[in-house]
Design a protein around this ligand. Structure first.
Ligand SMILES: C[S@@+](CC[C@H](N)C(=O)[O-])C[C@H]1O[C@@H](n2cnc3c(N)ncnc32)[C@H](O)[C@@H]1O
Length: 507
């Protein structure tokens, strides 16, 4: 494909992705994303609801605490003012970081991501993930941990990263700062007395010039615009001693995992819909991250791989005089990727020997199998299962039974084909598959097959089952699970509704 046509396709897909985000599908997808996160945490024994209730119960006067915190803020932005980029629905919370639910659930959500990414560590996945950051800082290695007197955690949330910082620098005074009063007041109930959390913007803190030994920024830049990142790095340089260290951990757009995600704007926009600035972060901040560090006045920067998808960056020194800016890049994603793959294989072989994920929905329908079959075939051939998606192109009409019927969804170019329609006594079935799965078809699986099974219960009713088998590509497990569950569920409901007599309808 020529550069121009590839670009045209990218922007077209990007627009369609945005339309999808604004479509009725978005709500069930984001709700499903939240439910999946909860289920993932619970599968590792984390009691999501119980813990949320416990945290909420730690005080009664949350609203008053937030108000008092906001009023006492000594630095700009002043009372009730938040920058535009901050007033966004991060992580599908309507008020983003300025919401109690976001703060009550912050640690739970992080734990769920840890379980998902490092299943072999179960509920300890998050702890392992966080340890990779400090291991990477250690590999850079050119600092004396005991010489650190004051360490500041920028964008501390409810203080998990602040406590990690305290563990890394036990002799230091450790302070977390966050712009969300909700995060700070909730965090104060959760952290030990050894750390302090303060409500202020990273862009303008009240630390004195050259007073801080370490500024650590974990998983925050992807929530910022380029403009905000510039200001934050400048502020870090202002408060750091000349020999102080800036340490950053973030998603690495240059890692193979995120490169694949970014190569598909359709998929990327959907994933990025819970992170309003993710696209800008990847496009601008990561691409020129070392330039931003130089622009802020640091004299040198070292990149290390933290995980196969996250970098650790350590910057220090002050530019000036005849000093030249120096960048060392020690990233080795291949090595880390092998490690992660190894861990994945381990977890598969111990807990789940099959790479295939199966999703199944069932319902008894008060109509004979032939009626349900007609509704299934009409879904393919006539009404697109009433999905709020663009009508697909029919590329093959198939034979009278429906076998060979094929559609093309444009964009993203996904082809679906009916491969079998069977009558076995009174029981009927339809088998279909995705012919061209993969990253470019925005359906990152290596295999996808669905079966619609209609079993006669002998009393004029049908036990209807819709089963889907799929093998997600690496790094896309959650997305594939979400899309499959939401879309198949909608299509399933459409078939059930179409084949249920109006008088019996209960869905
Ligand atoms: C994804 S959380 C990361 C929290 C924590 N560093 C961790 O690793 O668990 C990002 C945090 O950055 C905070 N944040 C974003 N912009 C900020 C700003 N301009 N000043 C201070 N905090 C900010 C948000 O309120 C949020 O709590």
């Amino acid at each position: 494909m020529s550069g121009l046509s590839a670009l045209t396709l990218l922007s077209f897909q990007g627009k369609v992705a945005k339309a999808l985000i604004n479509s009725p599908l978005y709500k069930p997808i984001s709700q499903r994303a939240k439910d999946t996160m909860k289920e993932t945490a619970e599968s590792a024994g984390i009691d999501w609801e119980g813990e949320k209730v416990r945290v909420r119960g730690l005080r009664r006067d949350w609203e008053e605490a937030v108000l008092a915190e906001t009023k006492s803020r000594s630095t700009s932005p002043s009372l009730y003012y938040y920058p535009d980029y901050y007033n966004k629905p991060f992580h599908t919370y309507t008020l983003g970081n300025l919401e109690f639910d976001a703060a009550f659930e912050q640690r739970l959500a992080s734990a769920a991501v840890g379980v998902r990414n490092y299943p072999q560590y179960g509920a300890g996945g998050e702890e392992y993930f966080r340890s990779t950051y400090f291991d990477a800082i250690d590999r850079v290695g050119d600092y004396e941990s005991s010489a650190v007197n004051l360490a500041v955690d920028f964008g501390c949330g409810t203080g998990m990263s602040t406590e990690d910082l305290k563990r890394a620098f036990p002799a230091a005074e450790v302070v977390g700062v966050d712009l969300s009063p909700h995060m700070v007041v909730v965090g104060r109930e959760l952290v030990s007395e050894e750390v302090t959390l303060r409500n202020m913007p990273m862009e303008s803190t009240d630390f004195e010039d050259e007073s801080v030994d370490v500024v650590s920024i974990q998983l925050v830049f992807h929530e910022l615009t380029l403009e905000a990142s510039r200001k934050v790095l400048k502020e870090a340089r202002r408060i750091l001693k000349p020999e102080g260290r800036l340490c950053v951990m973030e998603m690495d757009g240059k890692s193979p995992g995120f490169k694949k995600l970014r190569a598909n704007p359709f998929l990327f926009s959907i994933i990025g819909s819970t992170e309003p600035h993710l696209e800008e972060y990847f496009d601008q901040v990561d691409a020129g991250f070392s330039d931003l560090i130089e622009e802020a006045g640091f004299a040198n920067l070292t990149f290390e791989t933290a995980t196969s998808r996250h970098f650790c960056a350590v910057a220090s020194g002050k530019l000036g005089g005849l000093k030249e800016y120096e960048v060392r890049d020690n990233r080795d994603f291949e090595m880390m990727g092998r490690l992660d793959q190894h861990m994945k294989t381990m977890s598969k072989s111990t807990s789940d020997p099959s790479p295939i994920t199966t999703f199944k929905l069932t319902k008894r329908i008060p109509s004979p199998p032939s009626t349900v079959l007609k509704a299934c075939l009409d879904g393919w051939r006539v009404n697109n299962f009433n999905l709020p998606l663009l009508p697909p192109m029919i590329t093959n009409a198939g034979d009278d039974s429906g076998v060979g019927f094929e559609i093309l969804r444009l964009p993203p170019g996904l082809r679906e084909r009916i491969t079998e329609v069977k009558c076995d006594g009174g029981d009927l079935s339809v088998v279909y598959e995705v012919v061209n799965p993969g990253w470019w078809a925005a359906f990152p699986v290596s295999f996808h097959q669905g079966r619609m099974l209609m079993t006669d219960d002998g009393q004029g009713r049908t036990d209807f089952a819709w089963e889907v088998d799929y093998i997600p590509l690496p790094f896309a497990e959650m997305y594939v699970e979400l899309m499959t569950q939401v879309i198949v569920q909608k299509a399933f409901q459409s078939v059930v509704a179409a084949s249920t007599p109006a008088s019996d309808s209960d869905i």
